[in-house]
Design a binder for this molecule. Sequence first.
Ligand SMILES: Cc1ncc(COP(=O)(O)O)c(C=O)c1O
Length: 391
Amino acid sequence: MSSFNPPIRTLMGPGPADIHPRVLQALSRPIIGHLDPAFQQMMEQLKTLLRQALMTNNDITFPISAPGSAGMESCFANLMEAGDKVIICRNGVFGARMQQNVERMGGIAIMVDDPWGEAIDPDKLRDALKQHPDANLVAMVHAETSTGAISDVETLVAIAHEHDCLTIVDAVTSLGGSPLKVDEWGIDALYSGSQKCLSCVPGLSPVTFNQAALDRVTARKTPVQSWFLDLNLVLGYWQGDGGRSYHHTAPINALYALHESLTMLMEEGLENAWARHQQHHQALRAGLEAMGLKFQVAQAQRLPQLNAVMIPDGVNDGEVRAELLNHFGLEIGAGLGAGAGKVWRIGLMGYSSRRQNVLTCLAGLETVLGRLGVIETGVALNAADKAYSDN
Ligand SMILES: Cc1ncc(COP(=O)(O)O)c(C=O)c1O
């Protein structure tokens, strides 16, 4: 056995995204104790940076030491109790995971379904809330990574509040890539992930809870069924009013990395980061459409950071992705769930959202699909180049 040296790849799938060298450097800084005063100072800065990135003043804003799935579980575990009725808007894979969380925790999940590849329909949520006046929680995915559709969270949260429901929002793929305004939109609880538009290492889940959500936690009749995710316990470490106490050993170096990626996001500016994701999406789109490829999601509901592209008839999904990986060092994503074998998911997330990646991806697809005779060749790079000059 010898050291593991991974190949160099360009990551343009649904996440993880490429990591900026500054973030990789931050990871390799010397470890210090997770209760060291210097580390605690870094934790405070990290919370401030996260509040800025999430556009919230919520005191309770911190990264859970586990991936986005743990952020999801934490929101449900803390905000619901067995027997609670939860309305879940499902327009892809991640809404379905929410259902599993609710049901495993003894809740009643009321599913409001929209077609995969479309945004959540606010009218359907309204109808479900009228039919289930006893529901007390509404959950939704802002940016559905399985399809590339974005939903109007501001409107959906307002509807939930008209019916006295708290809201849980999945912002794993939206944070850093699309406008996300926790306080302005009135979101009660939200979780995200580190490995998408924050371009950090996987394995951390930023979460935020507003006062209404905390009041729900305080008023619980039963203890939170997960020891690790119980806010009452984990906040003893992250909030530390009156002294921080050991809860678990924090992933110290990964938190340095998150601090660095958020610092970079703030240096760039949130609005500039959102605009960058749009700019590279438009160039990729111009190139893909010039080749004759089609998107799964209508333009108005399309995420710039996750481009679901229809696989041309007769093309073998796995063979194309393998060739891109082996000859171009490029990873694009396979379809997930109902999209498996039908779409490719091309990510432009965080540090992956740059011109070099867009051009590599177009060149790779044009070469491989051109040989198969299923697209127009010799046009994609010029179309992308023109999109860059026009914007
Ligand atoms: C929308 C969405 N929610 C939740 C998750 C789960 O995050 P993780 O894989 O970090 O556990 C993902 C991951 O791709 C996601 O895209």
